[in-house]
Design a protein around this ligand. Structure first.
Ligand code: ZN
Length: 242
């Protein structure tokens, strides 16, 4: 199986369209989505519609659940909470219902898909450090677990002896005897100081994963955020990649 793994779109239509176009250009037929379709950006309904029609699997992100009041926004920072309240008012009934029904985890081939962490998916923990990732390997059985949530692409492996480390390449082989937690990064709001959209390609045939970065029309996504009256800081951070 070959699949594109997309995550953290956050209502950024320009970034999502660029990524879908790139995936199709590469003739990859299967798209798997790790959630956070909405929140922050100006096109929630359009992004939900594209993900629903293009992705074979979609798991829930904390912003998706917050947008349908399944997760409390009181833990969100004020700007994120404002964007969620804005999103709640604009989501169509149909799209709200679809977000409502997203489940927390799913699996296909030898891959687990989860937005935040395999250990406690509903608690939306962030896996930033090696130690945080290391503790998660006992919570899944597949060779690979794809996550999103931090908006920072990364990959961590663990070998049969429990030795754990980061993989430091954008294109790397899946080695037999090693297991992996791979963060696909964010399509709509990257936070690793690289403003380009990020997604991952899983190639189950050649046993390799690639993290892809892609330019998109950032000024247009920024202008839409300002035009609809969302906080300006949400436009600024797209260009800064943080
Ligand atoms: Zn997110």
């Amino acid at each position: 199986m070959k699949a594109a793994i997309i995550s953290d779109i956050h209502s950024n239509l320009e970034a999502l369209q660029a990524v879908i176009k790139d995936i199709k250009k590469r003739r990859i037929k299967r798209i798997l989505c790790l959630g956070d379709l909405v929140g922050y950006g100006a096109n929630p309904n359009e992004c939900v519609a594209i993900c629903l029609s293009e992705a074979k699997i979609i798991v829930a992100g904390n912003h998706d659940w917050a947008a349908v009041k399944k997760t409390d926004v009181s833990v969100f920072n004020p700007v994120a909470a404002e964007a969620i309240q804005w999103t709640q008012k604009r989501l169509t009934k149909g799209n709200s219902g679809k977000l409502q029904r997203l489940k927390l985890t799913d699996s296909i081939d030898d891959i687990l898909l989860v937005h935040a962490s395999p250990g406690k998916p509903e608690q939306w923990e962030y896996l930033f450090s090696l130690d945080e990732a290391k503790r998660q390997f006992k919570f899944f059985k597949t060779q690979v677990c794809f996550v999103g949530h931090t908006h920072i692409p990364s990959a961590v492996f663990q070998d049969a002896n429990g030795y754990t480390d980061f993989v430091n390449d954008n294109l790397f082989p899946l080695i037999e005897g090693r297991r992996y937690i791979i963060n696909a990064g964010s399509i709509g709001q990257p936070r690793d100081l690289d403003p380009r959209a990020s997604y991952a390609i899983y190639d189950g045939n050649s046993r390799a994963v690639e993290i892809v970065r892609l330019d998109y029309n950032i000024p247009l996504a920024q202008q839409k955020i300002i035009d609809v009256g969302l906080p300006e800081v949400l436009a600024d951070r797209l260009l800064a990649g943080r």
